[in-house]
Ligand binder design. Structure first.
Ligand code: SF4
Length: 374
């Protein structure tokens, strides 16, 4: 089993909090798309005949590409790779791109899932983050997506912004419940170094992000999602009626994935590699017949830490028989170190699985790093 991720490194405008790899200049868009097609052919050996269960167009803003280009990518993958005919094919899209015409065109491609960057339905909040869409576009695109048959979709929401109080956060969630959104990813606003937000806060040009405010809104999130019947299947991900993201679940299960495009990561259990995050140099290197990447071979400690970090964030938790594959010494060490969290009611065991409890989820970062191996 495997997955393919295609990174589209362009955005209309820069959101103030974002540290992903993208460019707001679309000048090289056509050359870059050509390079992506070429890289897809060059990287065939990374997956070989592995069955591809999901394709994810991420970014950046993949919805800046024409629907016919997305369809061509799917066709090339179908021809060159061993693509499951029922594969989940997700396109990340921004509300301002999801016009009726675009949705109609997309509905005629193999894309069968949308991940929509709503972030908030509060106007002031969207302005604070410098999103390219407004609150009305956020609402309209969700209704239109359904009209064009995209029943399988996810939305992203951000909490913890200083421009959204708890009441407005509750209203955002109520809107989601009224619309019966099947899958929701919710992230705390994080102030990353070298972002516009970091710069503005440092220079006191904008309000700072408070940890307490974020923590309280996470508590509200978990309680309201639970009351509304959503399953928290990963710390930041919620769904109804088993509308799990196959692609993200594959990441959390440590399944092999191939990343195509500048800045994209690939992983095969033994090593992790990442392409050069620079559009012109990436294009040039691909034109010259070389995929520009760096590679890190994972030590036993790296692989264990990676497994603990991803598995403990999910509702399934850590599988003890998988830990035994790292050796009994590591399995026993994990159980010893976890003891204190069992006693505090922050972790629990169900047969072969050890997972965080609800109260443990609030402290997940600290618990997971305490369980890491040096
Ligand atoms: S649209 Fe997404 S990738 Fe682009 S700047 Fe905003 S958050 Fe970053």
């Amino acid at each position: 089993m495997s997955s393919i991720y295609i990174h589209i490194p362009f955005c209309k405008q820069a959101c103030h909090y974002c540290n992903f790899h993208f460019s707001t200049s679309l000048k090289q868009k056509d050359e870059l798309v050509e390079a992506l097609f070429k890289e897809l052919e060059m990287q065939y050996d990374y997956l070989g005949n592995d069955l591809v269960e999901s394709i994810y167009f991420g970014g950046g803003t993949p919805s800046l590409l024409e629907a016919k280009t997305i369809a061509q990518f799917c066709q090339v993958i179908k021809e060159k790779y061993n693509l499951n005919q029922n594969a989940e094919i997700t396109l990340e899209a921004n509300p301002d791109d999801l016009t009726k015409d675009y949705l109609k065109a997309l509905s005629e491609t193999p894309v069968n899932r949308l991940s929509i960057g709503i972030q908030s339905f509060v106007e002031e909040d969207l302005k604070y983050m410098n999103r390219a869409h407004n609150a009305k576009e956020a609402l309209d695109c969700l209704k239109d997506a359904l009209t064009y048959g995209f029943e399988n979709y996810s939305i992203d929401l951000i909490y913890g912004t200083p421009t959204m109080n708890d009441e407005q956060w509750c209203e955002n969630l109520e809107t989601v419940f009224e619309l019966e959104v099947p899958h929701i990813s919710c992230y705390a606003l994080t102030v990353e170094p070298n972002t516009a937000l970091h710069h503005f806060i440092k220079n006191k040009q904008t309000k700072a992000v408070e940890d307490e405010h974020c923590a309280r809104q996470f508590e509200i999130l978990v309680a309201k999602m639970d009351a509304a019947g959503y399953e928290q299947y990963e710390i930041s991900n919620f769904c109804k009626d088993n509308a799990y993201s196959k692609h993200n679940s594959a990441y959390w299960k440590g399944i092999t994935y191939l990343g195509i495009g500048p800045g994209a990561h690939s992983f095969n259990g033994e090593s992790r590699q990442w392409n050069l995050a620079h559009n012109p140099r990436y294009i040039k290197s691909i034109e010259q017949g070389t995929v520009p990447f760096e590679i890190e071979y994972l030590s036993e400690a790296d692989r264990y830490n990676e497994y603990i970090m991803t598995a403990l964030r999910t509702k399934h938790g850590v599988e003890l028989n998988r830990l035994i594959q790292f050796g009994y010494r590591i399995h026993d060490r994990f159980m010893d170190e976890a003891q204190v969290f069992f006693e505090r009611g922050q972790m629990t065991q169900n047969g072969n699985q050890v997972m965080l409890t609800k109260s443990g989820m609030f402290l997940s970062d600290g618990i997971i790093s305490d369980l890491f191996m040096d």
